[in-house]
Write a protein that binds this ligand. Structure first.
Ligand code: AMP
Length: 230
């Protein structure tokens, strides 16, 4: 199964992807994490990406597409994939179609997280992350009380450069201009599944899991039918 998680920054794609990865045996590929890994390892790609990321802008398509293609090529072809944060432009969506085709994969669904803009700004600008273990906290919704690993007293918490209020607003502008057109792009393919991303986290997970279960069943039926016919 190849599933895209689509939605504005801060709509909960990353959190849900991690939950689905552990419960449903998906490989989670987050383009933002791939860039941040490059940044941490001080690669050339990381250096190029940083200037865009810090300003809340998109890294150019050719660089992003090459990076995601490399990651997908490394995977065992039988593993299911959850793409989080990619594609973010129509050009990336078209490139993804071609990459999946070349790898013998087929897009199964696009899960679109609907979250109102004011909720996004509140979620992102209150987010603080532990530099040591990457655990996210939130000044209002999940303030730091103790380290889940018992290793610190919150001294490693930092705010991502791109979670600062001005940059959050720029990321939203970029989302509206570049990424939102993908909703129509995928609606036309009949693969778009809309989820209310403003529900409590557990309800969002349950809702996605039930949609994926239906999809899984349908794909198994189709496979069985093809096997019988073939
Ligand atoms: P994220 O963690 O998904 O919010 O991504 C953080 C930043 O990485 C974004 O603001 C962009 O600068 C960059 N980025 C992540 N995914 C993409 C993408 N598909 N296309 C271009 N830039 C991206």
């Amino acid at each position: 199964m190849n599933v895209i998680l689509l939605g504005p920054p801060g709509s909960g794609k990353g959190t849900q992807a991690e939950r689905l990865e552990s419960r449903l045996d998906f490989i989670h590929i987050a383009s933002g994490d791939l860039f941040r890994d490059n940044l941490k390892n001080k690669t050339r790609l990381g250096k190029v990406a940083q200037s865009y990321m810090d300003r809340g802008q998109l890294v150019p398509d050719d660089i992003t597409i090459r990076m995601v293609r490399n990651r997908l090529e490394q995977l065992d072809s039988h593993r299911s994939v959850l793409l989080d944060g990619f594609p973010r432009t129509i050009a990336q969506g078209q490139a993804l179609e071609q990459i999946l085709l070349e790898l013998g994969r087929e897009l199964s669904a696009v899960i679109y997280f609907q979250v109102p803009e004011e909720v996004i700004v509140k979620r992102l600008s209150g987010r603080f992350i532990c530099r040591e273990c990457q655990t996210p906290f939130h000044t209002e919704f999940s303030p730091f009380t103790e380290c889940p690993h018992g290793k610190c007293n919150g001294e490693f918490l930092y705010q991502r450069e791109d979670d600062k209020p001005d940059t959050v607003r720029e990321r939203l502008r970029v989302y509206i201009r570049e990424t939102r057109p993908l909703i129509e792009f995928y609606r036309r393919t009949g693969l778009l599944i809309e989820i209310d991303g403003n529900m409590p986290m557990d309800e969002v997970t349950a809702s996605i899991m039930s949609k994926i279960a239906i999809l899984d069943e349908r794909m198994s039926d189709e496979q069985a039918l093809r096997a019988r016919e073939g």
